[in-house]
Design a protein around this ligand. Structure first.
Ligand code: AMP
Length: 299
């Protein structure tokens, strides 16, 4: 069985940062999320690729224990081109080519349907909603999104948010979606829509967790060596759901730990171009940074 089930994009990314550039690198929200989740559990991807997608990428995902049976084959792979300036907290999109995604119909393999945990990574909110109806008895639905969908499909996006338990979004998206500069107000608006919690990511400055009566603030890891933040948000969400699927505990205290694991995977991901750093990451690396996070928080 695959658990968590992760729907999102599997992409070919062309990225430029002040520290270098890559063309047609393995990317996509489901890719980063499932890679991060694979350190804790056995994720299964739902997505679509094209005939132009290198098969070594699928082999690499499989080697990490990621189930790719839910990846359909279309004509041309989703492509994203973006760049970062010196403030690497914000990706600037140059081009989004939906390609096969435009006619993608979600096809959920039988052995995904008993999954208890769903991560709706960044993709068309209509597709995200469809997945919810195809998993038999999900216990926790965590949803991510980005400005592209806020601007293009806001009505549909709000419908999907209402079916989710936890919404993850970054600070800029929270302001844009809820029309307020104040993150606490944005979180309170979001809490009216979801059943459990809202997480607002603040790039390198950490993440905030809001539940009905509690508030937690995870620090960012002070990274000196950032090369490419692409996929950090997805790695955050993937590690978050992966850790919850492993521990089978969505209580508030465990959500805090899951956020710390999310921050750890995101911080490592930024150290290399594309998902490069996640390829060489070990459980020891994760444990080491977990201890450092505990140290940073103590006062
Ligand atoms: P992140 O840096 O975590 O926000 O996500 C970066 C990844 O999102 C890249 O690998 C892109 O391929 C993917 N991506 C970019 N735009 C979109 C979009 N509109 N929908 C889904 N995925 C996207």
């Amino acid at each position: 069985m695959a658990d968590p089930v992760i729907i999102g994009t599997v992409a070919l990314d062309s990225i430029e940062t002040p520290f270098g550039k890559v063309k047609d690198a393995l990317g996509g929200s489901a890719t980063y999320a499932s890679l991060a989740a694979s350190f804790f559990s056995k994720p299964g991807i739902l997505s679509i690729i094209g005939k132009d997608f290198p098969k070594e990428n699928i082999e690499f995902l499989n080697k990490r224990g990621i189930d790719t049976a839910g990846i359909s084959l279309g004509d041309k792979t989703f492509r994203w081109q973006g760049f970062y300036e010196f403030d690497m907290n914000e990706a600037k999109t140059l081009r989004t080519e939906l390609n096969a995604l435009e006619s993608y119909k979600v096809n959920v393999p039988e052995h995904y349907k008993d999954a208890k945990y769903i991560f709706l990574a960044n993709i068309d909110p209509e597709l995200q909603l469809e997945v919810i109806s195809k998993i038999k008895k999900p216990e926790l639905i965590v949803m991510d999104t980005m400005n592209f969908w806020i601007e293009h499909k806001k009505g549909q996006l709000l419908k999907t948010i209402k079916r989710s338990d936890i919404l993850i979004l970054n600070d800029g998206e929270a302001r844009e979606l809820f029309g307020t500069p104040n993150l606490v107000k944005a979180a309170n608006s979001a809490l009216k829509l979801v059943s459990k919690a809202v997480i607002i990511k603040k790039g390198e400055h950490g993440a905030l967790l809001f539940t009905d009566n509690k508030h937690f603030n995870a620090p960012g890891y002070p990274l000196e060596n950032i090369k490419d933040p692409t996929g950090c948000g997805d790695a955050f969400g993937g590690a978050f759901i992966g850790y919850i699927a492993k521990t089978k505990d969505a209580g508030e205290k465990n959500l805090r730990k899951a956020i710390v694991y999310g921050s750890i995977l995101a911080s490592y991901n930024a150290e290399g171009f594309g998902p490069e750093r996640l390829k060489s990451l070990s459980h020891d690396d994760i444990g080491k940074r977990y201890n450092e996070f505990m140290d940073i928080r103590e006062f």
